[in-house]
Write a protein that binds this ligand. Structure first.
Ligand code: MG
Length: 473
């Protein structure tokens, strides 16, 4: 009967209020006496009342009243694998509960060995014996444990820990992580594919192939970033300046080809497909503003990274010149880099690389901040993010209202074997499996068959101007 169910709850609630608003010890004593008399003097007593009032939840010993049993971190270690020449790093957090562990992405291929050291030599000691449940507290204390912070190496190590703790929490709750973040806002995650080619015609053909696979969003590049294939006669090489592997970018053919590329794709592929482009920060601010204005007739979905992070001040000028949507942020590491631009609506898509800022915990805060300024998410999702990291992107994509678009990659069969349960793409939508946690596991034996190169080989390839001046990516 409804009256019988509600009464004990009302009683408990009213006594709780008395306790909270009157801290004097005498009153507390009186409260205990009263509670004792009505059988609410202990958790057992409370449980008894709730049990009798809520037959649907059983009689006594409710697990939801007791909470989850305490579990500690046993070890934190880095697992590395490099099946396709891309160094992937995953953190594994093992717990005092046999068989319960979590995985998180800490991939920073240009400094892979340094991240491994940050995890194995520092995080492991720092985390051992701590509670697996208090993710926010672990994030905050780990964040300042080096005193100096916000660097890409330590942020990636922190991200691996953070994502692994969310994975563990999901497994403990028997829910996918997106459920813990608030549940789904959409059935699938719109994602974009990458089309490039040496000519606009070739790019348009490749866009059409992705459209035939169901993609509604395609990023187009003229032969990779900056159309390097169109640059000829690198004078700095003839002069013997720089390194033999350095590339030459000639900004003039790149700026000339870009409107032609958009025109060709619109002409061949129609108006239904959304087209994106990444400037990759390589050109001068005024060149970027001018070329973005020239792309207006072709309705870009967004133009990515028009300026390097050192040139953030130009966004205000860009906004006054054009309404083409802008995406920015994959090089950001510190909150100072996104707080002001988001709050001033200087770009439309926040494009953070989640492991570079420290994982799911800070990414959710960025997404929530951005929601109130109508800035949409477009998390960075290239090949140098492990499938665990792509899953972390996807779980957030499901849960935040202001999701915009997700960059996607095609996992090879080897990667899918190393990382069972990886996210997958169908008809231009990304999905995660519904397993508890992030849903991705790792085959450590298979991962070990593809060790990291002993030496750090992968630096970002230098690109230079004709006279040899280094260009910032
Ligand atoms: Mg980019």
């Amino acid at each position: 009967m409804p009256g019988c169910i509600q009464l004990p709850f009302l009683r408990f609630y009213s006594f709780s209020v008395v306790f909270m608003i009157d801290p004097e010890s005498k009153k507390q004593h009186n409260r205990r006496e009263v509670l004792k008399k009505i059988g609410l003097g202990s958790v057992a007593g409370l449980s008894g009342v709730l049990g009798s009032a809520s037959p649907g939840y059983g009689a006594t010993n409710h697990s939801y009243l007791k909470g989850m049993p305490p579990i500690k971190i046993k070890s934190v270690k880095a697992i590395t694998t490099c099946p396709h020449g891309i160094e992937l790093i995953v953190v594994k957090v093992e717990t005092t509960e046999p068989g319960l562990y979590g995985l998180g992405c800490a991939t920073f291929r240009q400094r892979a060995h340094t991240v491994v050291s940050a995890i194995n030599d520092y995080l492991n000691d720092f985390c051992q014996g701590k509670d697996v449940d208090n993710i926010e507290d672990m994030w905050q204390t780990t964040y300042v444990s080096s005193y100096w912070r916000n660097g890409p190496v330590l942020n990636n190590a922190l991200s691996g820990l953070d994502q692994a703790l969310w994975d563990i929490k999901g497994k403990r709750a028997n829910m996918p992580v997106y459920q813990l973040l608030g549940g789904k806002c959409r059935f699938g995650i719109d994602c974009y594919a990458h089309a490039d080619g040496k000519s606009p015609e070739e790019v348009a053909d490749n866009v059409q192939k992705f459209m035939d696979q169901g993609f509604r969003h395609v990023r187009i590049q003229p032969g990779g970033y900056g159309a390097l294939h169109m640059a000829q006669k690198p004078d700095f090489k003839e002069a013997g300046f720089g390194h033999k592997d350095d590339n030459f970018m000639d900004v003039r053919p790149y700026l000339r080809i870009l409107p032609k590329l958009f025109e060709e794709v619109r002409k061949k592929c129609g108006d239904d497909v959304e087209i994106l482009h990444d400037i990759h920060e390589r050109i001068q601010p005024m060149e970027a503003i001018n070329v973005i204005k020239a792309l207006e007739p072709y309705r870009p979905y967004f133009i990515e990274d028009p300026f390097s992070p050192e040139n953030m001040g130009y966004f205000k000028l860009l906004r006054q010149q054009t309404a083409v949507p802008i995406a920015m942020g994959e090089l950001f590491n510190s909150p100072h880099e996104w707080l002001e631009p988001i709050s001033q609506r200087l770009y439309d898509f926040i494009r953070i690389h989640i492991s570079q800022i420290g994982g799911i915990t800070p990414a959710m805060k960025v997404a929530r901040l951005a929601e109130w300024y109508n800035v949409l998410t477009a998390w960075h999702g290239p090949g140098d993010v492990s499938p665990v990291g792509h899953a972390a992107n996807a779980h957030i994509d499901f849960a935040v209202w202001n999701f915009g678009i997700q960059e996607s990659v095609n996992f090879s069969d080897t990667l899918k074997e190393i990382f069972p349960g990886s996210p997958y793409v169908k008809n231009g939508y990304m999905y995660v499996n519904e397993a508890p946690g992030l849903g991705v596991d790792i085959n450590e034996k298979l991962a070990a068959k593809f060790p990291l190169p002993e030496k750090q080989l992968n630096n970002w390839t230098q690109v230079r101007k004709r006279n040899g001046t280094a260009i910032r990516p």
